[in-house]
Design a protein around this ligand. Structure first.
Ligand code: AMP
Ligand code: MN
Ligand code: MN
Ligand code: MN
Length: 279
């Protein structure tokens, strides 16, 4: 898999800051030849991205990043690649998650209001511009209103456990999310395995559960990780006989993290997940 492949990115359809078309154009300009758009819990950006990909002469892999609650309290993300976004089971599953997300947005705002921060729902909605509302949109509102310096600080001070705007996730079960992706003809990828800060034992248990549910790949290279983590990811892929994915998790020029495609190559012994994607 060359550096021309990026299988994890976001657009304004969820919490990215570039439209799907602008994202594809930027990725193509950066030399990306195979790009997956993987917005959170929805596929609304895929049509526009596909049109732009045809224009730019690159290949778009239709994707999604599904929010999962594992063992109750732990949120994890499962990326679906090569999905048919019109598949009814996937559509119904994602619609349920968006209903929960809508409720959660109101709840986050109520909690922030209690903590002395009014107007957060309106502020977050303004940043979401009619799309789904996520914590990044609250983050942008909190930064713009001077409550935190940057996104890291926003999460640390307001949006994680034991902080005023925290709401425990109630997302899809792991086997549901993997099931929806497979029903829609896609490949399920465990996203950014080192972002969850799990102990080694818990991470192994998560990967076991993911594999038993029909998960096929793991993100060995992700935009926000250390080289040592990439090496551990490659080991996990080998040990659990999983295909390896690679993605920047790009959210836009205003956000931290690497540009589309600008992440480390897959370690040589990995089996690239692109082998499972037709076309
Ligand atoms: P949500 O799905 O609305 O709960 O938001 C999750 C998103 O917030 C992730 O996809 C990241 O884009 C972002 N995020 C989560 N944790 C952090 C963090 N500690 N710092 C910056 N962004 C974060
Ligand atoms: Mn995000
Ligand atoms: Mn994620
Ligand atoms: Mn992501």
């Amino acid at each position: 898999m060359s550096s021309a492949i990026d299988l994890h990115t976001h657009s304004t359809a969820s919490d990215g800051t570039l439209t799907p078309g602008a994202l594809v154009e930027l990725a193509a300009a950066r030399g990306v030849e195979v790009l997956a758009l993987t917005d959170h819990d929805l596929t609304d950006g895929l049509d526009e991205a596909q049109q732009a990909a045809l224009r730019c002469g690159i290949r778009l892999v239709p994707g999604v990043e599904i929010s999962v609650s594992w063992r109750g309290g732990q949120t994890v993300h499962v990326v679906g690649l090569g999905i048919d976004p019109t598949h009814p089971e996937l559509r119904a599953g994602l619609a349920r998650l968006r209903d929960y997300r809508d409720w959660r947005a109101g709840e986050i705002a109520r909690r922030l209001e209690k903590a002395g921060i009014p107007g957060a729902l309106e502020g977050a909605r303004r940043h979401a511009r009619g799309g789904i509302v996520g914590r990044m949109h609250f983050g942008r509102f909190l930064i713009e209103s001077g409550r935190a310096r940057d996104m890291r600080a926003v999460f640390r001070r307001f949006l994680v456990r034991n902080r005023p705007g925290y709401v425990a996730g109630d997302w899809a079960a792991l086997d549901e999310a993997v099931g929806w992706i497979r029903a829609a003809g896609g490949v399920a990828v465990l996203a950014h395995p080192f972002r969850y800060r799990l102990t080694a034992t818990r991470l192994r248990e998560l990967i076991d559960a993911f594999r038993s549910s029909g998960g096929a790949a793991i993100e060995v290279v992700s935009g926000h990780q250390q080289p040592s983590e990439t090496a551990m990811g490659a080991e996990l892929a080998e040990r659990y006989v999983l295909y390896a994915s690679r993605g920047s998790d790009y959210h836009g020029p205003s956000e931290s993290g690497p540009e589309p495609g600008q992440v480390a190559p897959l370690p040589p012994r990995c089996r690239p997940v692109t082998e499972l994607l037709n076309g």
